[in-house]
Design a protein around this ligand. Structure first.
Ligand code: 0RA
Length: 639
């Protein structure tokens, strides 16, 4: 009794510790051993017995399992395995068959075999079935003899004895579930049949026969799947349009065996089922994550190496490569750890790496050897990827619309009173101070002023979504009324003259470039229709007595000074729009009678965009070249 663990500890690694325990705790707290005492727990009894037979099959000794439902609600499970040993067990002093039936956690271990791999959800063994049955009879065919032993509520009733000769081997266990423990003792044929089918898929080469012998319910079902989980995948894909063959991969590492069968279909949904030791894992676990990591990585690698994904394409995501995939993953793990509320998830982390390694190797091999199938598979993922990007873009349009729609005009916009775009002008002005001057000097009827604070966002390689998060860009878009991107609609444009009014210096030129780039990329129709202008504020003010002249360029300044004999100290150089007063700004730059506007041509905007790409883009070489060429001539930045 060394190493005894408390009964309450349903540790799944208990199978490798030889716990010798009576069956009393099982009858006292059945739920602890089989989960529940409802129909689910009742059906669980069958699988605790069948698991032992399946272990025999996995060990290579058993080919047939028959499950029979009897009139009296008893169940018998018959197999053609080696038969439970009947000789005295060295540790318990009683026969192995009696040990297996009366000692908790005494599965294959007591027979001296390897670990027990199948094993129900709780892996508690056939002794629990015995404990929860009013009667259990075991018939063993072995060593040329037929042996019989019977128990009642887990207690030996008829001692083991030889009752005849036999030239076959095998075991028959019949049990009568205890109606005093279970809420119901009536079995459901379809429920058992479903699990039989699943178990037959998972154990290649086994034949499972289910017989309902109850009067009025007579029925039989038989399952044999030559190709195991590959047959399972074939069955799942029965009605679906398939892409490529069923790919089967298996391998073993550190006592963990892995089997994966998969096939792509034209479906959009995925269908992946995972098992550990023949028990379904509804919540996946480490075998699933290992498979998923590997699948995504291998398909991306193959697609890149074979030019099926171009440099500009993003990688496939996990979701992309799962689309239309039907897959069965079956792992055999010596000491499985299950996680989650319902213990539906495999937790052993070593399994992740093992599955990843085995699958990567074999699947890469498959792709390399089957180029046309590989291409079909990759194309399916590529379709999923494109659909995902398209869906995202559609979603962004909706987001964009909701960003812009219903929004009131920005507070800093001083709008004009005219609602007719044909005689409305929008002046985009650099800075709040110049904005203030322009607001005072403007014609309120037809001229709107939108001051932009500082440099607007660098729109190079910048997603629309992020651009719209920039307040300056957002204000401009709302003021113009056109929205942006897929939602762009130039019939809603509020001003047919949009005037960029920036300082006549390098910063001003930069902001102009930024704005032109924005128009070129996102509002090109406005450029094409000739709605975009650049204002031309004077560089110098010259005065003599009460006479005043403005000069746009150095040449003009020199010409005026010569002609009018203006002395240099009278001369004022405007460093920015803000240095002019409202009247001066109106007179020189905004008054339609006097001003000089430059209408932006598509090629101007295109050039701005090009310069922008060179200066702000990812490529370093052209940028260096541009700066080296133009460093001493900043005027080239002007338009
Ligand atoms: C212990 C040891 C061996 C087999 C079994 C148990 C066994 C149990 C069940 C339960 C239902 N069918 C079964 N078949 C076998 C190994 C025996 C050997 O080494 O010969």
């Amino acid at each position: 009794m060394a190493d005894q663990k408390p009964a309450a500890d349903q540790s799944y690694d208990a199978s490798n510790i030889q716990v010798l325990e009576g069956l009393d705790p099982v009858r006292k707290r059945p739920g602890m051993y089989i989960g529940s005492t409802d129909g689910r727990g009742l059906h669980h009894l069958i699988w605790e017995v069948v698991d032992n037979s399946i272990d025999e099959a996995l060990a290579g000794y058993c080919e047939n399992i028959i499950i029979k439902m009897h009139e009296d609600n008893s169940i018998s499970v018959i197999d053609d395995g080696r038969g439970i040993p009947v000789e005295k067990h060295p540790q318990t002093g009683i026969s192995t068959v009696e040990t297996v039936l009366t000692v908790l956690h005494a599965g294959g271990k007591f027979g001296g075999g390897g670990y027990k791999v199948s094993g129900g959800l709780h892996g508690v063994g056939v002794s629990v079935v015995n404990a929860l049955s009013t009667r259990t009879e075991v018939t063993v065919y072995r060593d040329g003899g037929k042996y019989f032993v019977a128990f009642e509520k887990g207690e030996p009733k008829e001692p083991l004895g030889k009752i005849g000769d036999s030239d076959i081997t095998g075991t028959m266990v019949q049990f009568w579930p205890d109606g005093g423990i279970f809420e119901t003792t009536e079995y459901n044929f379809d429920q058992v049949k479903r699990r039989c089918r699943e178990q037959a898929y998972l154990t290649q080469g086994i034949t499972l026969t289910l017989i309902d012998d109850r009067s009025g319910k007579e029925d039989t079902a038989q399952f044999y799947f030559e190709s195991g989980i590959s047959s399972f995948v074939q069955h799942k894909n029965d009605e679906k349009e398939k892409i490529g063959p069923i790919v089967y991969v298996n391998g073993e590492k550190d006592d963990v065996t892995v089997e994966i069968a998969m096939q792509y279909t034209q479906e959009f949904r995925e269908n992946i089922t995972c098992f550990t030791n023949n028990i379904i894992n509804p919540d996946g676990g480490t075998h699933l994550t290992g498979f998923q990591m590997s699948l995504t990585r291998v398909l991306n690698k193959y697609a890149r190496e074979n030019g099926l994904l171009k440099d500009k394409d993003p990688n496939f995501t996990n979701e992309d490569v799962r689309e239309g995939l039907t897959c069965v993953i079956s792992a055999k793990v010596p000491e499985p750890q299950f996680e989650g509320q319902t213990k539906g998830k495999l937790g052993n982390s070593v399994v992740r790496g093992i599955v990843d390694k085995i699958f990567s190797e074999k699947f890469s091999e498959f792709l390399a050897e089957n180029p046309s199938e590989a291409r079909a598979i990759v194309n399916k993922s590529a379709l999923a990827l494109r659909a995902r990007l398209a869906a995202r873009s559609a979603r962004e349009t909706v987001i964009r619309k909701s960003h812009l729609e219903g929004l009131t005009l920005p507070g800093k916009l001083a709008d004009c009173s005219s609602k007719d775009p044909n005689n409305s002008e929008l002046f985009i002005v650099e800075g709040d101070s110049a904005g203030g001057t322009a607001k005072q000097g403007r014609n309120r009827e037809t001229q709107a002023i939108l001051p932009l604070r500082g440099k607007i966002l660098n729109t190079e390689s910048c997603r629309l979504e992020r651009m719209l998060a920039n307040n300056e860009v957002k204000s401009l878009v709302i003021a113009m009324g056109t929205a942006i991107g897929d939602a762009f609609d130039d019939s809603r444009l509020r001003y047919k003259k949009i005037v960029i009014m920036t300082d006549a210096d390098v910063d001003g030129a930069h902001i102009r470039t930024l704005l032109l780039t924005l128009f070129y990329r996102h509002f090109r129709p406005l450029v094409e229709k000739g709605y975009i202008y650049v204002a031309n504020p004077p560089l110098y003010k010259l005065s003599k007595g009460k006479k005043v002249w403005y000069a746009m360029t150095d040449e003009e300044k020199d010409e005026i000074m010569n002609r009018e004999d203006v002395k240099a100290e009278n001369m004022q150089r405007y460093k920015g729009l803000g240095e002019m007063n409202a009247d001066q700004l109106w007179e020189t730059t905004m008054d339609p009678e006097n001003r000089m506007l430059m209408r932006i041509q598509l090629k101007d905007a295109e050039r701005a965009d090009h310069i922008f790409k060179v200066l702000m883009g990812d490529e370093v070489l052209p940028r260096r070249k541009f700066i080296q060429t133009h460093a001493s001539n900043v005027k080239d930045l002007d338009f």
